[in-house]
Write a protein that binds this ligand. Structure first.
Ligand SMILES: NC(=O)c1ccc[n+]([C@@H]2O[C@H](COP(=O)([O-])OP(=O)(O)OC[C@H]3O[C@@H](n4cnc5c(N)ncnc54)[C@H](OP(=O)(O)O)[C@@H]3O)[C@@H](O)[C@H]2O)c1
Length: 321
């Protein structure tokens, strides 16, 4: 496993991060603990969650993924200081008007609730999950500054921010001399390029922001199990994948991944991950898995190195310009 500095910070993370949105949704607690243990055994030191995971699953109030991770840590899954724990706040954690968003009040409550569920006294990377247009950016950043100073959080990051909002946040941090975003978590893969590449990529490279893309496999499409003439696989996400990605361009990307992967003895999933981390702006790809088999397959993508020519071929077949 390769370790990379997160942006301009001194924090080193594995180039594959284990995403945990599946925990308590499509992976039960025992499977989730096995995935956590196996990922760390394979050298992954980076785990991403969010307070809201997986509130959309029937019977879940939210916080389930954090609770599962907290139980794993408490049961000796791994020594706390051997993993970099990232979580997020912003989504609704209740029905009240202040149970969501990026206000000072909600963030102060949210960070304490996450710490309780994670059974730890610090979070390595605390991320604002998405913008909150009701709260001024400087209110959010001042609250995060206080949270970092209290020792509850070590670094802050943001997710799903447009380039102008990230840039304005960096400007506020600079002029007010307060904590700044050191990472961005964008949606990014061979089937979702424009949102990141249009403007965010240049901001991150220029400002030394670590980039940790989510859904690098297009939620499972870029694994080869969605093909032209086969039945949809048994996945809760299959219908959305069909609607979004199962078209001629998507299948041409799969064909090219297969051809290039064969030259490396790599699977389609591994080659799709290799393309994401070949981008010099990217620090670590956040993968999701429902089984040990999926994890073992995908994680090896972190060790596949594409040639410049192979990367160009994949850039061309997935072009959005
Ligand atoms: N910041 C945000 O707004 C945001 C949004 C979404 C996700 N995330 C984070 O990013 C993480 C990853 O997102 P994602 O789950 O969409 O990522 P992904 O890696 O693109 O897709 C993962 C899914 O693909 C399928 N899969 C994975 N490996 C496979 C393999 N080797 N062979 C066949 N199928 C395989 C599994 O789904 P099936 O078994 O159902 O096919 C798995 O759940 C999440 O866990 C979360 O931490 C963040």
């Amino acid at each position: 496993m390769e370790f990379v500095k997160l942006g301009r910070t001194g924090l080193k993370v594995s180039n594959i991060c284990l995403g945990t949105m599946q925990f308590g949704w499509t992976a039960d607690e025992a499977t989730s603990h096995d995935l956590l243990s196996h990922a760390t055994e394979l050298g992954c030191n980076f785990i991403d969650t969010a307070d809201i995971y997986s509130r959309w699953a029937e019977g879940n109030d939210g916080g389930v993924s954090e609770t599962i991770i907290g139980n794993w840590l408490a049961n000796g899954g791994v020594q706390r200081d051997q993993v970099v724990l990232a979580t997020k706040a912003r989504g609704p954690m209740g029905d009240g008007p202040n149970d969501s968003g990026l206000s000072r009040g909600h963030l102060m409550n949210a960070v304490d609730a996450s710490l309780r569920r994670l059974q730890t006294d610090y979070i390595d990377l605390y991320q604002t999950h998405a913008p909150d247009d009701d709260t001024p950016l400087d209110e959010t950043l001042r609250a995060l500054e206080d949270i970092v100073r209290s020792g509850k959080v070590r670094y802050i990051g943001c997710s799903n921010y447009p380039a102008w909002k990230l840039m304005k946040s960096l400007w506020i941090s600079d002029v007010k001399n307060i904590v700044r975003y050191d990472s961005l978590q964008p949606h990014y893969s061979l089937v979702k390029r424009a949102e990141f590449e249009r403007e965010l990529q240049a901001v991150c490279l220029d400002q030394g922001i670590g980039v940790i893309p989510y859904s690098p496999l297009g939620a499972g499409f870029l694994t080869g199990k969605y093909r032209r003439d086969t039945e949809l696989p048994d996945s809760s996400r299959a219908q959305r994948i069909k609607d979004q990605y199962m078209n001629e361009k998507g299948f041409a990307i799969i064909d090219k991944l297969e051809e290039i992967g064969n030259a490396h003895d790599a699977t389609i999933a591994q080659t799709a991950i290799a393309w994401v981390i070949a981008n010099p702006a990217v620090t670590s790809a956040i993968i999701g898995a429902n089984s040990r088999q999926q994890l073992e397959d995908t994680i090896k993508g972190g060790s596949v190195t594409l040639s410049a020519e192979e990367k160009t071929q994949l850039d061309e077949v997935s072009s959005w310009q």
